[in-house]
Structures are given as structure tokens and as C-alpha cells.
Ligand binder design. Structure first.
Ligand SMILES: *[C@@H]1O[C@H](CO)[C@@H](O)[C@H](O)[C@H]1NC(C)=O
Ligand SMILES: *[C@@H]1O[C@H](CO)[C@@H](O)[C@H](O)[C@H]1NC(C)=O
Ligand SMILES: *[C@@H]1O[C@H](CO)[C@@H](O)[C@H](O)[C@H]1NC(C)=O
Ligand SMILES: *[C@@H]1O[C@H](CO)[C@@H](O)[C@H](O)[C@H]1NC(C)=O
Length: 482
């Protein structure tokens, strides 16, 4: 845990350095009506091994599956309640991204996990005089310095347990509501022993504004211009246990939910948000970002007339209550080296216990068994001349230096979504560098029936725009960095 603490300290320093440099590069372009808010995404453990990432991904996949299973059951019986999550893998987090986030009046700063699979934003919190420290304190991991103090915020307002927000939308809200005006309380309990307990309220969030006048550059938010977003639903986690919650101050919910920060912020900034992830092996100071409103590559003046940006691909976003808070998309066909793979349509069908979601908090893409089998068979057939190397957690790894006559060509993988939008990830996103001279087919097998997850490595070097208003997912290839 000491190394994790160290990593966090490093990240905080990087974040501060990035903020300082952003401040220095304020740009003067402002276009009215095209305001957006920009947050930097900081990888939570950029040096983490692929084995660690794979382990975290499996925990998170268990969490996603159990959440979806209970949502589906709840949707079937028309109930609003659903079962407790199985695993806190949602936030184990070696392959996740942090954002800096300020909440309250005056604003109090935090570092939160940016999570497209979450509906409740929460921060570690201290109510009244007591401290909100972990219940099972670990001597090696001191409690975080940052705790939200609702009493110190003029804009904090508790939500009543009898309110519609509490009864319909707050996940794991406690059923007992002794008097209608009592606080809306939540109690997440995970099978691995982690838990987060607290009360829900609303407060305002302070976010830096950027103007999207210039394509490509302009990632530097003009730090002198800020907007306050009122009425953000915020969980104040008064106690927690488990290691899962040690590495951040809480969670920023980017999920599809009425109470998520994403839906709240998108409502203010053009009905959409986007993120762009630099290569996961990029230098640590390379910046990925999260934008609410029009993105930097969106519409504004092109830097040069000869490099007019290509139109993004787009596919329907399935904002289905049964899939909430996850963002589901429909995969039509997967191609390897131009050949369509034979994968049963049920695998991609949310109505038949399949489907695919896009997740910011999963590193390696997880494919349900029939899809996994077809994809690795096709890729490994093309790479079959190379000597195999065994390397946990992957099934297919190759000695890349052993090839006679230079490195072999990696066959092209294409994922075609409904509406013909085609994702053509760079080869390094699916045949990934696992060790010096060793490359592995970088997907994991997920149980079938079950959902497949497009992880953040397959998403890298693309801009992903979640248009919640028009229910579309847009994407295009870009390096993301300036
Ligand atoms: C629910 O019940 C427990 C135990 O009786 C109590 O400690 C807690 O304060 C109650 N919560 C609410 C929101 O009334
Ligand atoms: C938000 O609330 C409205 C009205 O209650 C409902 O129709 C809609 O489905 C909700 N959206 C989500 C994502 O839960
Ligand atoms: C990152 O740091 C390296 C040196 O450590 C520097 O050369 C490079 O320009 C930096 N990149 C960015 C985007 O700041
Ligand atoms: C790859 O092959 C080369 C040449 O045959 C060999 O020297 C090297 O040890 C191999 N690497 C691994 C990881 O097996």
C-alpha cells in the first residue's frame, strides 16, 4: 500500500504541475455560445502492470455484471430496488483516471475517479466534529488529507429520505425513512468487505471553463474563468472500509443516470460530454481530458484549411434503463484482416443478456466467450508464425524479436457498430506491448451469457463523445495530445 500512497502523491504533484502550466497558457479566444468545461484526466496508476490491470478489470467486470443483472431483474418486476453489488472492483483502479473536482462554497478541492459506470458522485466527508476516517485503518495508509465538510459549505443542502430523488434514483439508499425530513442515507456494501456509507445532498461544483475556439490545442483551460454548477447531487461518505477507496477522495459519476454529474453538467453544456485518452504508455505528463459541451475538435476554426477534420463516426447510444448507468452500444460485425467474424448476434444483443458497453474504468477489453474465441482465433491465426511466450494474464503472447525478416504485420481489427460506424483501433490497442520484445493479444474472456466491455486501452487515441441529448456516440481517431 505504501507504493500506492506514493503513486498518489506523485499524481497529485503532477496534477498541480499541470494546473500551473495550464494557468500559464491561457488563451484569449472566446466564442460566445460555445462554452465548454474541461477537466484533465490523470491515469490513476500509469505504471501498473498489465496483470494488475487485468485482475482489476475482472473485479470490475463482476461488479458490472451483477449491477446489470439486478437492474434487469428490477426492470422485469417493475421494482426500483436492486441487490447490493458483489464486488468493489468498480474502484480498485490501476487502469482508471482521476479528475480534479471542486465542490461547495467556498470550493473544496478533491481528486475523484472519473467513472462512466457510476451514478452517484461521492466524496469522503466529515460531518459535525468527528472524522470520517476508515473504519479499519491501515497503519501504512494514512487517511486522506482531503475530506469534504458540508458544514463549511454555504450551498450544501441535504436531500430528504422521502424525496423522489432519494427513493427513485439514489443507488442503495436505505429503505428506512423514520421521518420524512431525515437525510437520504446510502450504504454500499461489497462482497469483498468494502463499504461506503453516508448521506446524499446537493451542492455546487466549480469547474473551469474553456472555449472551444481552436481545434487541437486549447486544452489549457482558462483558469481565471470558472462556472458554478448548482444542485449537483453529492454523496457525503462519512465512513468507508476496504482498500478500494484508499487511492482517491471519491468518485465522479459519468454514468447515464438522472443524478449523475455527467447528466447534470451535460444539461448545462450542450447535452454532451467527451473524453480523449492518450496512449496508455504515453509519458505521464501527456494529458487526457474530459470535456462537457463542444469538444476542442468540434466545429471551431480549423488550424489550417488543408487539415479539415474528418467527420466523426456515429452510432446510437442505448440509454436504456436496464443498462443504466452504463453506456451500451450495438456491435454489428467484427472484422479481422477484412474478414467478418462469425459471432452469434445474441452476444451483442442487450435484449438477450448480451450487449456491449463502453467503460472508462476498465483497461483491457472483455469479450463474452463466443466473441473472445472468434477474435483470438482470427488474430492468432495471422500471427501463428511467431514463437509463443507465456505471460500472465494473456492466452496469446508472442516473441516479437524472434521473427525472421522483421516484425510481422498485425492484422487489422475493425469493430462495426450499428449505423456502419467503424472503429479501427491502432494495432497497439489490441496487440499490446506486454514486455520488451513481447506482444500479447490484449483482450480478456468474459462469461457468456454476459455483457462485453470496451475498455480504455481499445479506446485510446480516440475522441469519444457521448451525446446524451441526441442519444448518439461519436468517435474519431486523434492523438488527443496537443
Ligand atoms: C435506519 O435505521 C438504522 C437502524 O435502526 C438507523 O441507525 C438509521 O439512522 C436509520 N436511517 C434513516 C435514514 O432513518
Ligand atoms: C430520468 O427521469 C425521467 C422522469 O422521471 C425518466 O423518464 C428517465 O428515464 C430518467 N432517466 C434515467 C437515465 O434514469
Ligand atoms: C513531458 O516531459 C518531458 C520531459 O520529462 C518533456 O520533454 C515533454 O515535453 C513533456 N511533455 C508535455 C506534453 O508536457
Ligand atoms: C525471443 O527470441 C529471441 C531469439 O530467438 C531470444 O533470444 C529471446 O530470449 C526470446 N524472448 C523471450 C521473451 O522468450
Amino acid at each position: 500500500m505504501a507504493s500506492r500512497g506514493h503513486a498518489l502523491a506523485l499524481l497529485v504533484l503532477l496534477a498541480l504541475a499541470a494546473a500551473a502550466s495550464a494557468g500559464r497558457h491561457q488563451h484569449q479566444h472566446h466564442r460566445h455560445g460555445r462554452k465548454s468545461a474541461r477537466l484533465q484526466l490523470i491515469p490513476s496508476a500509469p505504471g501498473a502492470s498489465l496483470a494488475d490491470r487485468a485482475r482489476d478489470d475482472r473485479h470490475r467486470h463482476a461488479y458490472i455484471r451483477s449491477t446489470l443483472a439486478s437492474r434487469r431483474r428490477a426492470a422485469e418486476v417493475g421494482a426500483s430496488a436492486f441487490a447490493m453489488p458483489l464486488s468493489s472492483g468498480a474502484y480498485t483502479g490501476t487502469g482508471q483516471y482521476f479528475v480534479r473536482f471542486r465542490v461547495g462554497t467556498p470550493a473544496q478541492p478533491f481528486v475523484l475517479v472519473a467513472d462512466t459506470g457510476s451514478d452517484l458522485t461521492w466524496v469522503k466527508c466529515r460531518r459535525g466534529g468527528g472524522s470520517a476516517a476508515a473504519e479499519s485503518p491501515d497503519a501504512q495508509t494514512p487517511p486522506p488529507a482531503r475530506e469534504f465538510r458540508p458544514a463549511a459549505s454555504k450551498t450544501w443542502a441535504p436531500i430528504a429520505c422521502s424525496s423522489d430523488t432519494c427513493t427513485s434514483y439514489v443507488p442503495f439508499s436505505l429503505a428506512n425513512c423514520s421521518s420524512p425530513a431525515s437525510s437520504c442515507a446510502y450504504d454500499y456494501r461489497y462482497k469483498d468487505g468494502s463499504a461506503a456509507r453516508g448521506v446524499v445532498g446537493t451542492d455546487s461544483a466549480t469547474i473551469a471553463l474553456s472555449s472551444s475556439g481552436r481545434a487541437g490545442s486549447g486544452a489549457a483551460a482558462d483558469s481565471s474563468r470558472r462556472a458554478k454548477l448548482q444542485g449537483v447531487v453529492l454523496g457525503c461518505t462519512a465512513s468507508y472500509d476496504g482498500q478500494s477507496f484508499q487511492s482517491s477522495d471519491g468518485v465522479l459519476s459519468l454514468g447515464n443516470s438522472n443524478i449523475s454529474f455527467a447528466s447534470r453538467a451535460a444539461a448545462r453544456f450542450g447535452g454532451r460530454f467527451s473524453y480523449c485518452l492518450v496512449d496508455h504508455l504515453a509519458p505521464r505528463n501527456a494529458t487526457s481530458y474530459l470535456t462537457f459541451g463542444p469538444g476542442p475538435e468540434d466545429g471551431g476554426a480549423s488550424p489550417s484549411p488543408t487539415s479539415a477534420p474528418a467527420a466523426p463516426e456515429q452510432t446510437p447510444l442505448l440509454l436504456d434503463r436496464r443498462m443504466s448507468p452504463f453506456y451500451a452500444v450495438t456491435v454489428d460485425t467484427v472484422y479481422v484482416a477484412g474478414e467478418a467474424l462469425d459471432i452469434p448476434a445474441d452476444v451483442w444483443d442487450v435484449d438477450r443478456s448480451g450487449g456491449a458497453i463502453l467503460d472508462s474504468g476498465t483497461s483491457l477489453t472483455i469479450l463474452a466467450t463466443p466473441a473472445y474465441a472468434a477474435v483470438v482465433a482470427a488474430l492468432s491465426r495471422q500471427l501463428g508464425d511467431l514463437p509463443r511466450v507465456s505471460m500472465d494474464p494473456f492466452e496469446y503472447c508472442y516473441n516479437w524479436t524472434a521473427a525472421d525478416g522483421g516484425a510481422p504485420e498485425i492484422p487489422k481489427l475493425e469493430v462495426q457498430f450499428a449505423g456502419s460506424a467503424t472503429l479501427e483501433p491502432p494495432a497497439k490497442s489490441y496487440v499490446i506491448d506486454a514486455a520488451p520484445g513481447v506482444k500479447c493479444i490484449g483482450v480478456q474472456e468474459g462469461a457468456w451469457p454476459g455483457v462485453s466491455v470496451i475498455g480504455n486501452i481499445l479506446q485510446q487515441e480516440h475522441l469519444w463523445e457521448f451525446d446524451l441529448r441526441d442519444r448518439l456516440l461519436r468517435f474519431k481517431h486523434t492523438r488527443c495530445a496537443q
